[in-house]
Design a binder for this molecule. Sequence first.
Ligand code: FE
Length: 335
Amino acid sequence: MLATASGMAQDKVLNIYSARHYPTDEALYSDFTKATGIKINRVDADDAGILARLKAEGAASPADVILLVDAARLWRAEVDGLFLPVKSAKLEAAIPANLRAKPADNGGTPWFGLSTRARVVVFDKLKYSKADFDSYEKLADPKFKGQLCIRSGSHPYNLSLFGAMTEHLGPQKTEVWLKGLVDNMARSPKGGDSDQIKGVASGECGVAVTNTYYLARMMRSSVPAEKAVAEKVGVVFPNQTSWGTHVNVAGGAVARHAKNTDNAIHFLEYLASPAAQNHFANGNNEWPAAKGVSFDNPALKAMTGGSFKSELIPISAVGMNQIKVQQMLDRVGFK
Ligand code: FE
């Protein structure tokens, strides 16, 4: 009796390693447990920490599902063999081909994008207008000397943006551009994206770079001080008349050495379902990755005016550029 019970308990468990650092996700996990009876154990760390942990644990890793918040890291983990390619008609039907990994040799898919976020420019509305920053290139214009706030160049969000720039401009022009960003910095990089938005609102910087959901969170905040920050800044989706705004993807995969594979696939399918996709949109202000999911997020709507043009470049190219980008950052002194 006891053996059966514990056997059942083991069957009803899912071990997740997650880089999703968003408190609003808690409802996603509890809804899954409520609907399925599968208990979730979660390890939270950043993308790099999760990859390092999976490598150190090897075949002994308890991880069943991996959630990462950057396309280049998903690509890296795939290349390093940390994912178990899986077949799921539901996931293949829901997630567009450009937002998931190319099929592996066995026909399975190594990872699936589950939501997207744009990397945009916010600026001091009293000083500047959208036209001042309608391309990423303009951030390096010497006329903005001492105005730019941006988080560390080595953070995955920036490595991916700069890796994409390298695809668009080529490495030489990108390095000149990065040097221009360093020359324009208002302060040495510190803090996360929210801190850069706050820097603009406080007047410490004139312009900053952020993922869209950080701004949307402030726009929708019930905390007056947060709302006030959002009201002071303008937002622009750069490169609408050229290659499009840089978009990153957060996604999930089954771990290479997963023990609860069925539960893991089931969970990823759940994350691609309209209910969970709506949660990404309304809870964390991301754009759903699944096709045909309707959502109503006033902040995202206000930001874009409806829709925007996003860049279309292979995630593998962005991933492969990371080492090159890090070397450029070192050379131009971008911390
Ligand atoms: Fe983030």
